[in-house]
Design a protein around this ligand. Sequence first.
Ligand SMILES: Nc1nc2c(ncn2[C@@H]2O[C@H](COP(=O)(O)OP(=O)(O)OP(=O)(O)O)[C@@H](O)[C@H]2O)c(=O)[nH]1
Ligand SMILES: [Mg+2]
Length: 230
Amino acid sequence: MSGPPAADDDAEPEAATPGLATFTEDALDRGERLFRRPCTFLKGVVAVDGLPEPRPLEVAFAGRSNVGKSSLINALAGQKTLARTSNTPGRTREINFFTLDDEIYLVDLPGYGYAKASKDQVRGWNRLIRDYLRGRSTLRRVFLLVDARHGLKDTDQEILELMDAAAVSYQAVLTKADKLKASELEAVIARTAAALAKHPAAHPELIATSARKGDGLEELRAAVAVLAAE
Ligand SMILES: Nc1nc2c(ncn2[C@@H]2O[C@H](COP(=O)(O)OP(=O)(O)OP(=O)(O)O)[C@@H](O)[C@H]2O)c(=O)[nH]1
Ligand SMILES: [Mg+2]
């Protein structure tokens, strides 16, 4: 006896939210397997002359201070204490390199726009970020983290312009999606995707994540796996 037809069998894939990146089952699967590989801290770098020898793939996580860069790296790797996180903005002050599967660098950048740091500190971190983004020829993509509650802010403009000018490919990743209702999240996705459409080096579609709840981690892992396979 056959049961009722399985509604989804031949159906089109669920309509994607406009502005959100979609991935094939295969890419999602590869992403999951990739991030089951060992991920370890390699080193913290305070000046570009300390950058490690390139690996086949390097991706970086950039964004305003406290946006959730270190938390997202931890969530991706499934390790709570790989990268140091904090309630206090300005936690990550070095460029931290993590090695995934021996082949891939995940790079945790210091946050920018941290109001309480001294001018000298801010200048130093900004220069470090700028030198890294401009000079690292093996950097394949920057995931630009944007707090879903706030969207892109004025303080993001500088890095957007820098990456456009240096032709560094980047993709926006909304963070802390757990803080928003679905309708609010859709609105910020649409708004952010529209703003980024004007930027030549920006990937047109974003990824919405919650390090706390796990949303979007599969997709972000898949994005890294797709780059690794290219
Ligand atoms: N609700 C919620 N909070 C989050 C999430 N991700 C990070 N946070 C919180 O945001 C704060 C900052 O997180 P971090 O990961 O340290 O942020 P960061 O971008 O690395 O900060 P800096 O190193 O200072 O630039 C911490 O209190 C985290 O617990 C999330 O997905 N949901
Ligand atoms: Mg950090």
